[in-house]
Design a protein around this ligand. Structure first.
Ligand SMILES: C[S@@+](CC[C@H](N)C(=O)[O-])C[C@H]1O[C@@H](n2cnc3c(N)ncnc32)[C@H](O)[C@@H]1O
Length: 303
């Protein structure tokens, strides 16, 4: 029996939205799916996926006892099979992800938004702790993917102009779509290229980067869900530091004198500190207790 058909053995009597919602939660837990790409629990994913498959409203409560047509059950089964058999992440099935209360279009050319930067853009302390009273006029976001961080920055700093770069043209197509969805085309622009190669000799008050920072070896053994994401978005070379190292070395030439650089680099704190012992990196403690983002002032960066 094909894998997808076996999944639904014994579900012949399921007819309501509630039946399928409950089944989806059990299925996701039973199959040991990974929930590391924006929705942390089987229940959240099941709810989002069943709602999406049935074109339901935000509040599903009034419809839990509603009976489904055979064609609707087929839609739900197809969505559940993509998630549980193909292990396609929820966001790639629905084409949508959320970060910082904002919605972004995504596809398999973009990382699914989940950056720690959302805390430093919207939370406390935010990047303002390093920028002082100065609102940044020009912001650069390197490695923009779906454009989510560039757009959150543009919302946070309504007078700033934001430039966002990526090596991947396919990712930039998604970012362009998101800029239009957020109606920010007058202040957010995209550039294609290899890190600072995309921006010539321009300077910025704030540079934010969430580059690929996983060691290549680790990328060879990712969960099936993470393997759906572009390797270009995750693989930071042999030690994970390939892009981080280039950003630290090259950023000063692209910052204004009072400018600030912030990089998300996961677990690379010891590696970056050892490689640049003269740089006084600052490490804001994030909500989960980690220090996955460093902040450096322009004057403290290598010349
Ligand atoms: C970790 S993802 C971050 C995406 C997005 N900023 C976010 O936080 O969701 C890294 C991005 O860097 C891009 N990238 C990889 N190598 C690059 C390079 N050499 N220059 C510019 N962008 C690069 C990838 O295409 C990917 O979109």
């Amino acid at each position: 029996m094909p894998r997808a058909a076996a999944l639904f053995r014994g579900t012949e009597s399921f007819v309501t939205v509630g039946d399928w919602l409950r089944f989806a939660v059990s299925l996701f837990n039973r199959e040991g799916l990974e929930f590391a790409q924006g929705t942390p629990h089987a229940g959240d994913e099941a709810l989002a996926l069943v709602k999406w498959a049935l074109h339901l409203d935000e509040d599903v409560q009034p419809f839990l006892a509603a009976r489904l047509a055979a064609a609707e059950i087929a839609e739900v089964k197809a969505a559940l099979a993509r998630r549980a058999v193909d292990r396609t992440p929820l966001a790639y099935i629905t084409g949508q992800a959320w970060l910082g209360g904002q919605s972004f279009a995504v596809n398999e050319h973009t990382l699914i938004p989940r950056s720690y930067f959302v805390e430093l853009i919207q939370g406390e302390p935010d990047l303002g702790a390093w920028l002082g009273k100065r609102e940044p006029k020009r912001i650069l976001e390197l490695c923009t993917g779906s454009g989510c961080l560039a757009l959150l920055l543009a919302h946070r700093y309504p007078r700033a102009r934001v430039s966002a770069t990526d090596l991947s043209n396919a990712a930039l197509d998604v970012a362009e779509h998101n800029i239009l969805l957020h109606r920010l085309a007058d202040r957010v622009e995209l550039r294609q290229g290899d890190l600072f190669g995309a921006i010539g000799d321009e300077r910025f008050d704030l540079i934010v980067a969430n580059p690929p920072y996983e060691p290549s070896e680790l990328c060879d053994h990712l969960s099936p869900e993470l393997q759906h994401e572009p390797r270009l978005a995750l693989d930071g070379g042999a030690d994970g530091m390939e892009l981080v190292r280039r950003i630290v070395r090259e950023a000063r030439a692209h910052l204004t004198p009072q400018g600030v650089l912030a990089i998300e680099l996961g677990g690379l704190r010891d590696a970056v500190t050892a490689e640049f012992p003269a740089v006084p990196f600052e490490w804001p403690v994030l909500a989960d207790g980690t220090t996955a983002v460093c902040v450096i002032r322009a004057k403290d960066l290598p010349q």
